[in-house]
Ligand binder design. Structure first.
Ligand code: HEC
Ligand code: HEC
Length: 390
């Protein structure tokens, strides 16, 4: 780049306008105001939020196994799309070869075994009036010895995270290795894009980076959290006491299904706003400098920039709109997997995400790694965070 200040002044005047027109790099909007980041108008955004907030009933296809009736039940602090205190249970065990195995959970008094996933649903729609004798509540057998609770994540600003180019994340991993002399090297994991069969992207969503696309995650969550089958995840976990035809989620008069609206809602959210009052305090400023100085920012990357508007991602199924293109935001994370000694032993990128087909990554270290994430706590303690990820 131009290093000499005098030259910079001369050249800058002419170039600024041209560069701005070609690549208008700007700060992404942040806030907890329920307004769109500009990707759609506010009334469309609020209608999409209505779907995200909607409480589903058995007649909508809820269950048979589920965790909650609405996306908002778990993603709502301080507004719809934020994180929450709700955790969910994942379990599994090691096979005779020492490798991780998905759980086998008997239901219906042992007649049926739910296998091929680690998630345990905490609720079920039966027994009910129509099926008084169907008992399908999942209960963890003693043989599932690896158990963990996972916190619900923030979704605000996730459209920006999705729009970060794969190569940007790969570059961060390379740069970590270089600057730390090989001591830190985040792992990028390529995961399938469910809506574009055969294509993959660098995973960045979920505690184990199990998805790269917000539409894929929407389909996954609608089935696995709420039991609502959809075009991306068309098969029920169990059909005992199931009454609504598949897929439960059907397109409306505009051609959009709920999963499309969830994805658009998340993509149009603003990034979480910084606590500007706290950030101005001397303590926060000292902490922020320290954060950089001692290397926290190596993994908790302050600023990421999304790919240009017009770039296609997710196997060619999504084109980055102007509102999400060439935007800077501050996730305080690198979305790469790191082994920081807190892993729960559960291997992800699993059958529950990719149909019921086995897609198991058998790599031992993988079960102990997490993506670096920004944190409310870092913000409180160090005043450093203005974040698009929790
Ligand atoms: C019962 C609680 C619960 C419900 C209901 C729920 N989620 Fe989540 N969500 C979670 C948890 C827990 C995680 C972290 C899962 C993991 O990685 O193990 C998560 C993660 C996510 C992520 C990844 C976010 C990131 O930045 O990494 C997305 C996207 C998401 N959920 C969307 C949805 C949508 C859309 C719905 C409604 C269809 C939904 N969720 C319903 C609990 C829930
Ligand atoms: C090698 C990469 C790496 C470095 C360096 C690093 N972290 Fe982290 N950090 C992580 C990962 C990965 C997690 C998620 C771990 C988990 O949840 O178990 C995390 C989680 C956190 C959390 C909790 C996040 C939350 O939302 O709950 C805080 C706070 C935090 N780090 C602060 C720091 C500070 C302060 C430093 C510097 C002293 C630092 N980290 C250095 C990778 C790193």
């Amino acid at each position: 780049m131009i290093r000499h200040p005098m030259r910079a002044v001369v050249v800058a005047a002419g170039l600024t306008a041209a560069i701005a027109a070609l690549s208008p790099l700007s700060e992404a909007p942040a806030g907890f105001d329920n307004l769109s980041n500009g990707m759609v108008n506010d009334s469309t955004h609020q209608a999409d939020q209505g779907k995200f907030d909607e409480v589903e009933a058995i007649s909508d296809g809820l269950g048979p196994l589920y965790n909650a009736q609405s996306c908002r039940e778990c993603h709502q602090n301080p507004v719809s799309g934020g994180p929450s205190q709700i955790t969910e249970l994942r379990v599994g065990h090691r096979g005779p070869d020492g490798r991780f195995r998905n759980a086998d959970i008997p239901i219906a008094r042992g007649r049926v075994v739910i296998s091929g996933r680690t998630l345990v649903n905490d609720r079920a729609i039966c027994p009910n009036a129509a099926f008084p004798d169907s008992e399908i509540q999942e209960r963890v057998p003693d043989t599932e010895t690896i158990r963990t609770r996972r916190a619900s994540l923030n979704l605000l600003g996730d459209g920006l995270v999705e729009a970060v180019g794969d190569e940007t994340l790969l570059d961060i991993a390379r740069e970590q290795r270089r600057t730390s002399h090989g001591q830190i090297h985040g792992q990028a994991l390529r995961v399938p894009i469910v809506e574009a069969p055969g294509s993959t992207g660098v995973g960045r969503f979920g505690w184990k980076d199990q998805h790269a696309s917000l539409l894929s995650f929407s389909g996954d969550a609608y089935l696995n959290e709420m039991g609502i089958t959809n075009r991306l995840f068309p098969d029920e976990i169990t059909t005992i006491c199931n009454t609504v035809a598949e897929p439960n989620d059907k397109p409306d008069s505009t051609g959009l299904a709920d999963v499309d609206r969830f994805a658009r809602f998340m993509r149009a959210t603003k990034a979480p706003a910084r606590d500007t009052l706290l950030a101005k305090t001397p303590k926060a400023m000292t902490g922020s400098a320290l954060f950089d100085k001692i290397g926290c920012a190596t993994c908790h990357v302050r600023t990421l920039t999304t790919a240009a508007a017009g770039t296609t991602i997710n196997g060619g199924t999504f084109t980055i709109p102007p509102a999400l293109g060439q935007k800077s935001f501050h996730p305080f994370g690198d979305f790469l997997l790191h082994n920081v000694g807190t892993g729960d032993g559960i291997v992800m990128a699993m059958p529950e995400h990719y149909g019921r087909k086995v897609y198991q990554i058998v790599w031992k270290a993988f079960s102990t790694v997490w993506p670096a994430r920004r944190t409310r706590y870092a913000r409180r303690r160090y005043g450093v965070s203005a974040c698009a990820h929790d």
